[in-house]
Design a protein around this ligand. Structure first.
Ligand code: SAH
Ligand code: SF4
Ligand code: F3S
Length: 470
């Protein structure tokens, strides 16, 4: 039996930080300070950044997008692949120039990358102009760290190697007023052999069902129509709580909240997707009919070496169960190409899965060696030219299938929740269907945050084009 977790939701700690926020807001009053947050990586980091922004705004900082006009710049970092880290080192080089011109600029780094010793060493040696460094377990301590930096004028490094409390109820912002992300759990216990996340985000811990329900109710009362539940493996939600609850239980409870129109979730690990969950998705109207189900690789032999705990066959069976129970469900996925030991035959298995599943979307990644993970020391790392060839082949094939899948929408009328104006054309709004497909429509921006019926008239590979139904 797995160990039961004791979660200490520290209201005391939240109060301490709130008090510091109050003190800082008094001392910083009238200074007209500006902040700029850059977020790298996944939705977890995006959600953490909302918490960071909320705290800074309570202190009186105003959000801007130009780093060279800011008084406080913070990078919330990712280290899932090497190029994510290289991007941050590159940006730091640029920040150094900005700081030379404005020595009062405070630079803070946080997030997953900071949890690695090797990164800390590099920062201390080559980037000692950084003022504040903290990690993934102590985001809520930002007010205190900033206070220390302002009082001592010295750089502050505070990295913990495991989590202590889940601190609820600190201020946070929301990017959209009609939709919100909600963490239902933190960390990961799965240790896929390529992945750094369990090392930088710690062991899996779930929030109490009642806390999640209260948060969602408050969001709905505040105008939210769509929530996205976040976790590295939402399907194992609640198993370690003192009174265990399943993810299916959580979804069916939340689906009863009056006024909540859409519930999404990410990410579903195929090994833990239960029949009970399939039933809940099928039965609850407001649980969206889309699932992100990363396969990573099609070959059972590679999946074993990745420690994914499912086979090609069991994955395909799961897809078929989902489609039988929920005929119009859309399935998206992640692929890793070039995992150590991947032969041409293994790669053909991945292509075969693409042919069989017909994904509605896919993120394709080239395997990136992460120091400290078991795969980093595996023999038979695949040569770069071979990986690139496979990557391009997989991308072309998945895109062909994605386009094929999109065509079925042409002529249909679908319900769209409009999210924002399109970057390229201000007269066009982008929104999503219940099945999470992106739709572009010529529409007034007063429709942002609202649902409308849209007739699909054409399609591109990654979005549908529609017209408002009068
Ligand atoms: N918890 C999620 C994934 C989080 S990381 C899950 O299990 O599905 C998001 C994606 O990054 C993964 O699905 C994987 O495809 C990719 N990824 C993780 N580590 C990687 C690595 N070392 N190299 C390349 N891609 C990686
Ligand atoms: Fe990484 Fe695997 Fe955990 Fe996902 S489930 S975060 S891929 S270790
Ligand atoms: Fe990156 Fe951390 Fe997410 S490593 S992908 S930001 S959990």
């Amino acid at each position: 039996m797995s160990e039961r977790q004791v979660i200490n939701i520290s209201t005391e700690e939240a109060k301490r930080q709130t008090d510091i926020i109050h003190i800082l807001s008094q001392s910083l009053k009238g200074k007209n300070l500006k902040y700029c947050v850059s977020t790298f990586g996944c939705q977890m980091n995006a959600r953490d950044s909302e918490k960071i922004e909320g705290m800074l705004e309570e202190m009186g900082y105003e959000k801007i997008t130009k780093e060279d006009e800011a008084d406080f710049v913070i990078y919330n970092t990712c280290c899932v692949r090497e190029n994510a880290e290289m991007k941050i080192y590159g940006r730091l080089g640029h920040l150094k120039t900005i700081k030379k011109k404005n020595p009062n600029l405070i630079i803070a780094l946080c997030g997953c990358m900071m949890q690695q010793d090797i990164v800390l060493e590099t920062l201390k040696k080559k980037y000692n102009f950084v003022d504040i460094i903290f990690g993934t377990y102590n985001i809520y301590k930002l007010p205190e760290l900033l206070q220390t930096r302002l009082e001592t004028q010295e750089s502050v490094i505070d990295i913990w190697d495991s989590h202590q409390d889940i601190v609820e109820d600190l201020p946070n912002t929301r990017k959209y007023n009609f939709k919100a992300c909600v963490n239902i759990m933190y960390g990961c216990n799965n240790f896929c052999t390529y992945c750094i996340v369990p090392y930088v985000r710690g062991r899996e811990r779930s929030r109490e069902l009642s806390d999640i329900l209260n948060e969602v109710k408050a969001l709905v009362a505040d105008g939210v129509k769509e929530v996205m539940f976040l976790g590295q493996n939402v399907n194992s939600y609640g198993q370690s709580l003192s009174t265990p609850v399943s993810f299916a239980n959580l979804l069916s409870e939340v689906s009863q909240i009056e006024g909540l129109k859409r519930i999404r979730f990410m990410t579903s690990h195929p090994k833990d997707l239960s029949d009970e969950l399939i039933e809940v998705i099928a039965e609850c109207d407001n649980v969206c009919k889309s699932v992100h189900l990363p396969i990573q690789a099609g070959s059972t032999h590679i999946l074993k070496s990745m420690n994914r705990k499912y086979t090609k066959e069991s994955y395909l069976e799961l897809v078929s169960k989902l489609r039988t129970a929920i005929p119009h469900i859309e399935i998206t996925t992640d692929f890793i190409v070039g995992f150590p030991g991947e032969t041409e035959e293994d790669f053909l298995d991945t292509l075969d899965v693409v042919e069989k599943v017909k994904y509605a979307g896919a993120f394709t990644f080239i395997y990136s060696k992460r120091t400290g993970t078991p795969a980093a020391t595996m023999e038979e790392q695949v040569p770069e030219e071979i990986v690139k060839k496979r990557f391009n082949k997989l991308l072309t094939l998945t895109n062909d299938h994605i386009l094929e899948n999109m065509k079925k929408y042409v002529g249909q009328t679908v319900e769209v929740l409009f999210e924002e104006t399109s970057k390229n054309d201000k007269t066009v709004l982008s929104g999503r269907t219940d099945t999470s497909i992106l739709v572009n429509v010529k529409a007034p921006d007063t429709l942002i945050g609202h649902f409308a019926q849209v007739k699909i008239v054409a399609t591109k590979t990654h979005y549908l084009i529609g017209e408002l139904v009068e």
